[in-house]
Design a protein around this ligand. Structure first.
Ligand SMILES: NC(=O)c1ccc[n+]([C@@H]2O[C@H](COP(=O)([O-])OP(=O)(O)OC[C@H]3O[C@@H](n4cnc5c(N)ncnc54)[C@H](OP(=O)(O)O)[C@@H]3O)[C@@H](O)[C@H]2O)c1
Length: 123
C-alpha cells in the first residue's frame, strides 16, 4: 500500500488525509502540536491512518504533502524528504513575513534533493 506523509493537519491536510484513505492510501499525518493532539482525527480517518511527528510522517511517506502556513516552512524536516516527491499546497502570500523564500528569486529555499509539485493552491 502506498503511504502518504502529510505535514499539516488543518483544513487542507485533514481533507487530503480523508481523501487519501478513501482512495486506498495509508496516511501518516502530523501537525505542530504533536501526534497526541490528533487522536480525534485519526479515529475519524480509520485504521489506514496514524498520527506522528512531522519528521516521522515525512520519513514514512512514499511521497509527501506539505500543507502548512508559509511561515512554518523553515520547520519542514528536510532530510527525511530528500529524494521524495513533495506536493506543496502552500500559498505564497507576499504580505506575510517571508523568510522562507529567496529575496532575489522568490523561490522556496527548502528544496534539497527532491521534486516539489504545487497543488491545491491559489495561482
Ligand atoms: N484552506 C484552503 O482553502 C487552502 C487552499 C489552498 C491552499 N492553502 C494553503 O495550504 C496551507 C494549509 O492551509 P490550511 O487552510 O490547511 O491551514 P490551517 O487550517 O491553518 O492548518 C495548518 C496546519 O499546519 C500545521 N503546522 C504548522 N506548523 C507546522 C509545523 N512546523 N510542522 C507540522 N505542521 C505544522 C498546523 O498544526 P497545528 O494546528 O498543530 O499548529 C495545522 O495543522 C497554507 O499554506 C494555505 O495557504 C489553503
Amino acid at each position: 500500500m502506498t503511504t502518504i506523509g502529510i505535514i499539516g493537519s488543518g483544513q487542507v491536510g485533514s481533507s487530503l488525509a480523508k481523501a487519501a484513505v478513501a482512495h486506498g492510501y495509508e496516511a501518516v499525518i502530523s501537525n505542530s502540536k504533536g501526534p497526541q493532539t490528533l487522536a480525534g482525527l485519526v479515529a475519524e480517518l480509520g485504521p489506514e491512518a496514524r498520527a506522528a511527528a512531522a519528521t516521522e510522517a515525512a520519513a514514512a511517506g512514499d511521497f509527501a504533502i506539505v500543507a502548512i502556513p508559509l511561515t512554518a516552512v523553515p520547520q519542514v524536516p528536510a532530510e527525511p524528504l530528500a529524494g521524495k516527491v513533495v506536493i506543496s499546497t502552500i500559498n505564497y502570500i507576499p504580505q506575510l513575513t517571508d523568510a522562507s523564500r529567496s529575496s532575489t528569486t522568490g523561490r522556496p529555499r527548502w528544496r534539497p534533493r527532491r521534486a516539489i509539485s504545487r497543488s491545491w493552491r491559489s495561482p
